[in-house]
Design a protein around this ligand. Structure first.
Ligand code: NAD
Length: 468
């Protein structure tokens, strides 16, 4: 691959989170001649990035960071200096769903993005390429360009370069991406900016996987990709309800359907429901955009994906309650997994939060174990979700150091995250410590249900017959 030398190129990234940290570390690793500086308003986060205890858990990340940190990769709170030095400024700040005002509950909250843009405009003295790394609504580049040129004193080219990594596999996704998408203005300056950014990625990504499009297509593609992925999960989850009602097995159906090459096997795993900071937020953002464009039918179509996900979580809790003879009041339920998926400590929009909130409403005693989630995070999530203070939540919830402790004397075990270690449990020992009859509600279909039944458990799985 021929790559023009980018010796001396300086990159800055505003936002040192789940996206900014890993993506920029990978650029630093692959482009040793490029200086990469990641900045954040949170001093605690930057301190953690500069320590041995990184602020996020991601397999392989520690190795990449320590290989480059102090050489061509720097973490800092000096945002102004980083902006001034940089040729390319990525913005990877959070863009959550708006909580209040017009579009509340659906539209994307661009407050952090605009603050970052205004800071860039105020500080920049030389031309900059400003890159949308955050997921943003279509037309954000236009608004950002107006802010930058209105308040700034130099030239800015605004590019869209959405991130497609998945938490838990961020490093392998970044190392070997399906595609890198870059959208920009199709004038001479925009084209040059796109080429400069494409040359950064070309250090390790084959050119035919670097896609250049107009800026609106790029912004929209990210929302569409997440909406389609979530739609597949909601589709198979909807079918799981049909399976439970009819005696079909959702894993068998998914296998049969996924072998059709037009459909494919990936993302057809039925579960308690999807979580994570992105799927719901991005679909709701698309729904809001469609409503704004006067396309209520399209909005309604995608809104059903979120609705089905809520229904699936509620169905899972319903099965626990009905399975335990219609009441869980005072009963101990072991909730295994609090992260929204395995191999991350991230709990944003985790299905476990809703499951736990509903069990608390039913006055169950919930014993939670997760191998990576910080204790304080669980209390923050539950106090917010249940609208209770911590002392009140603690009347119903205990946090356990391992799965066995969580299961001791429990009436039921509910698996909410697909951590590999849950498959390796000594289920004979687990069974011996639990209240009888002992129930397993496998919200991820990861356990060996036949063996569990042989041991004596009553097993409920997603989309599977009760008594196969
Ligand atoms: P995050 O909350 O982990 O990180 C955002 C960081 O930005 C925080 O550390 C925050 O302190 C910082 N920040 C906010 N405003 C700032 C400002 N004005 N100046 C400096 N720093 C500021 O969020 P994330 O998960 O990394 O997501 C970032 C964006 O990437 C979102 O738009 C998200 O939708 C998108 N995205 C996320 C993922 C994912 O898996 N998490 C994947 C693809 C895309």
């Amino acid at each position: 691959v021929s790559i023009p030398s980018q010796d001396g190129l300086k990159i800055c990234c505003i936002g040192a989170g789940y996206v900014g940290g890993p993506t920029m570390s990978m650029i630093a690793l692959k482009c040793p001649e490029v200086q990469v500086k990641i900045v954040d308003i949170s001093a605690a986060r930057i301190d953690a990035w500069n320590s041995d205890n990184l602020p996020i858990y991601e397999p392989g990340l520690h190795k990449v960071v320590t290989a480059c940190r102090g050489k061509n990769l720097f973490f800092s709170t000096d945002i102004d200096e980083a902006i001034q030095e940089a040729d390319i400024i990525f913005v990877a700040v959070n863009t959550p769903t708006k909580k209040v005002g017009i579009g509340a509950g659906r539209a994307s909250d661009l407050t952090y993005w605009e603050l970052a843009a205004r800071r860039i405009a105020q500080v920049a003295e030389t031309p900059k390429i400003v890159v949308e790394k955050s997921t943003v609504p279509i037309k954000t580049a236009e608004a950002i360009s107006a802010v930058l040129h209105g308040a700034g004193k130099t030239r800015f080219d605004v590019l869209s370069n959405p991130e497609f990594l998945a938490e838990g596999t961020a490093i392998t996704d970044l190392d070997n991406p399906d595609r890198v998408l870059i959208g920009g203005q199709l004038d001479e300056s925009g084209q040059k900016a796109m080429d400069t950014l494409a040359d950064v990625y070309a250090h390790w990504v084959p050119r035919d996987r670097i896609l250049l499009t107009n800026v609106w297509s790029s912004e929209l593609s990210k929302l569409v990709a997440n909406s389609f992925l979530a739609q597949r999960v909601s589709s198979i989850n909807a079918i799981s309800a049909v399976c439970e009602a009819s005696g079909a097995d959702v894993d068998e159906v998914a296998r049969a359907v996924g072998m059709d090459t037009r459909i494919g096997p990936k993302f057809l795993k039925a579960s308690v429901g999807f979580g994570g900071s992105c799927f719901q937020k991005d679909i709701l953002n698309l729904v809001y955009l469609c409503e704004s464009f006067g396309l209520p039918e399209v909005a309604h179509y995608f809104h059903q994906v979120v609705h089905m996900n809520d229904y699936q979580k509620e169905r899972f809790v319903g099965r626990i309650i009905h399975g335990l003879y219609n009441t869980v009041t005072g009963k101990k339920i072991a909730l295994l997994g609090f992260a929204f998926k395995k191999d991350t400590g991230d709990t944003r929009e985790s299905a476990s939060i809703d499951v736990c909130r509903r069990l608390i409403e039913e006055k169950a005693q919930v014993a939670i174990y997760d191998p990576k989630v910080e204790e304080e995070q669980v209390w923050m999530d539950l106090t917010y979700a249940c609208k209770m203070d911590k002392t009140e939540v603690q009347k119903y919830v205990t946090l356990c150091p391992d799965a066995l402790t969580a299961c001791k004397d429990a009436h039921a075990m509910a698996v909410a995250t697909e951590w590999d270690e849950f498959k390796e449990l000594d289920f004979h020992q687990v069974y011996d410590t639990m209240t009888k009859p002992s129930f397993v509600f496998d919200g991820r279909n990861i356990l060996d249900h036949a063996t569990l039944r042989e041991i004596g458990f009553v097993v409920y799985a997603i989309g599977k017959p009760l008594d196969p």
